[in-house]
Design a protein around this ligand. Structure first.
Ligand SMILES: C[S@@+](CC[C@H](N)C(=O)[O-])C[C@H]1O[C@@H](n2cnc3c(N)ncnc32)[C@H](O)[C@@H]1O
Length: 339
């Protein structure tokens, strides 16, 4: 039997749970932080096997998970909580020796857990150092996870890849760069990282629904030429950019020579089915093997059905590579496809 703590974007836990139920019909599920964090138990396979299965065929809405090694009722006294954390860290000695180890601590809003994440981490670090581990915040080979819920403390140790993300709870953070045009830029930066798709690889990009220009600015920074399409104004900081052309047009009315672009990105705020029709219409303007990144707007009540319908439609023109609800996605998911 393997128990995990799973996390999705706020409000999307029911869909993350449904994905698990479809995969493992006898999975047992219980909510911890409503809409966001839950425990799931799968019988008949070990943690590693399940993690590998999840990595190979990655769920869309499950953003992060960690295997539960130990769970205990949260003691009333802070000292007892502290000694439980220290004891758990000490119990990992054989597994963390000579490894880079990160400690990630999260808690639900209703948890009586008496420490901040940083305080809890500081309590555990000495025991890990004593065991010969090097403690780090990024680039770890092993992650010690702590999740404090309303009554229970869940503790685990895993490889970052088995957690689906090496960020605590999958909450990817970027440094707020100077002069960032829109928060939307984070979505594209996260897609680049998640899909392992360095944009420097591309030369000529088409950005549909580009205003005010967050995505465009990321692509320009990576050295690409960008054709930005949006009836709305682009941010004035982009004026005079020699590698940028702004077409103040409806994306439905575009026409380009065959094979013009090797990257199409689209964050258009429109009915996702209309958007799919437009992106598909533009397939001839892309070179063979071109990448396409689109945010799938989940404006209808049934996000799983919407995604299934949209992928069915995109599949007619593209090879679908990955679909994921990213941490920076709100009511949407992001798809990466190839022509
Ligand atoms: C969420 S914003 C895009 C933000 C942008 N990705 C950024 O990083 O700044 C959506 C944009 O889609 C544009 N849009 C909606 N329908 C469109 C259409 N049919 N053709 C072109 N642009 C459209 C809107 O004008 C709006 O500026």
């Amino acid at each position: 039997m393997s128990a995990f703590i799973g996390t999705s974007n706020p409000g999307f836990a029911p869909f993350a749970m449904e994905e698990l139920r479809r995969r493992w019909p006898d999975v047992s599920l219980s909510g911890l932080a409503p809409g966001e964090t839950f425990k799931f138990v799968v019988s008949g396979a070990d943690d590693r096997e399940l993690a590998v299965q999840l990595r190979k065929d990655e769920p869309i809405f499950l953003r992060h998970l960690f295997p539960v090694r130990e769970e205990l009722e949260i003691p009333q006294q802070a000292e007892e909580v502290a000694s439980a954390l220290v004891r758990f860290a000490g119990s990992l000695a054989d597994e963390v020796k000579d490894a880079k180890v990160a400690v990630q601590v999260r808690k639900s809003q209703d948890s009586p857990f008496p420490f901040s994440s940083a305080e809890a981490r500081d309590l555990m670090v000495p025991a890990l150092l004593e065991a010969g581990a090097e403690t780090v915040s990024r680039g770890a080979k092993r992650i010690v996870s702590v999740y404090a819920a309303k009554r229970t403390l869940y503790l685990g140790l895993s490889a970052p890849a088995d957690n689906l993300s090496d960020w605590p709870g999958g909450a990817v953070r970027f440094r707020r760069e100077e002069g960032l045009i829109s928060r939307a830029a984070f979505k594209l930066l996260e897609a680049e990282q998640t899909f392992d798709l360095p944009f420097e690889r591309f030369t000529n990009a088409l950005d549909l629904g580009a205003a005010p220009g967050g995505w465009t600015s990321v692509l320009l920074e990576r050295g690409l030429r960008v054709t930005a399409v949006d009836p709305a104004e682009m941010d004035e900081s982009l004026a005079g950019q020699p590698r940028l052309r702004h077409l103040r047009q409806n994306a439905a009315d575009l026409n380009f020579a065959p094979g013009t672009f090797d990257l199409l990105v689209c964050d258009m705020s429109w009915d996702p089915h209309h958007t799919a029709r437009i992106v598909k219409q533009l397939a001839p303007a892309l070179s063979a093997g071109a990448s396409v990144i689109v945010t799938l707007k989940l404006m209808y009540k049934k996000p799983m059905q919407t995604i299934a319908d949209l992928l069915g439609s995109y599949e007619e023109s593209f090879d679908i590579r990955r679909v994921k609800q990213l941490f920076h996605n709100r009511d949407e998911a992001t798809v990466w496809m190839r022509k």
